[in-house]
Design a protein around this ligand. Structure first.
Ligand code: CA
Length: 247
């Protein structure tokens, strides 16, 4: 990525928020950023939709990615039956979906994610995971994939959040866990609702387009920078830090 593009993004952030970006922490979304898992989520949701005669197409699950499972189930019920899902329906369908995901998920990290984490660590920045996922033993999984990168007190999961993305709440909690202000953090997100949440929390938000959506789907939510992959972000991250510290 061109230095000029990065410079413009950093200046735009300062203009937007009245604060100069001074990162001390990077808040990472999980699915589609750290793990190449969205295809397995989408496949599980499509099977659940077919099983329960809910109107759905694969792209829905990328557009709705980041919100809670209950939110996705409710959206499907609204579209198909023009009513909200009951609490029991939400719980049952989410349990079925989670079981399918566990079966299909191969646990493969996103290509380039380890490189991004290595570069982020080399600049002495904290790493925080901010996810709507409620998988048990998430830290074990992260420790296995990215040894030494995360700790249990630096994670926001489905057990912490009440509202979920696109609301800024999960990222507010991430800032709190890192002990930093919005202009002292960077968000890395792959989903439109996640980008929306990061921007709404007042944080410099980097989109990585690792799925089937268009760049415009992420840009229209206000992403400050957009990369085609985590590899590309790893490559440009030192330049971003250089621009931040010397402009
Ligand atoms: Ca995601």
């Amino acid at each position: 990525m061109e230095k000029e593009t990065i410079k413009k993004a950093v200046e735009h952030y300062a203009f937007q928020t009245g604060k100069r970006l001074n990162p001390k922490a990077v808040l990472f979304d999980m699915d589609g950023v750290l793990y190449d898992s969205m295809r397995h989520h989408a496949r599980s949701w499509m099977e659940i939709s077919a099983r329960h005669h809910l109107l759905a197409e694969e792209k829905d699950f990328y557009l709705w990615e980041g919100q809670t499972g209950a939110g996705t189930i409710n959206a499907l019920f609204q579209r198909t039956f023009h009513r909200d899902a009951t609490e029991a329906e939400k719980q049952d369908l989410y349990a079925e979906k989670a079981a399918l995901f566990t079966r299909y998920n191969d646990g493969n990290p996103m290509p380039g994610a380890a490189d991004v984490l290595r570069v982020v660590r080399s600049f002495g920045l904290q790493r925080v995971v901010v996810t709507g996922s409620g998988q048990r033993s998430l830290l074990d999984k992260l420790e296995h994939s990215f040894p030494g990168c995360f700790s249990t007190d630096k994670m926001v999961t489905a057990f912490d959040v009440k509202i979920g993305k696109p609301h800024p709440e999960p990222y507010w909690m991430g800032l709190q866990k890192a002990g930093v202000a919005p202009h002292e953090a960077i968000v890395v997100e792959n989903a439109p609702m996640g980008v929306h949440a990061g921007v709404a929390a007042g944080i410099f938000t980097i989109a990585v387009n690792t799925g089937p959506l268009s760049d415009a789907d992420l840009q229209k939510e206000g992403a400050h920078l957009l990369f085609p992959s985590m590899d590309a972000l790893a490559h440009s991250f030192p330049l971003l830090m250089d621009v931040i510290h010397f402009t």
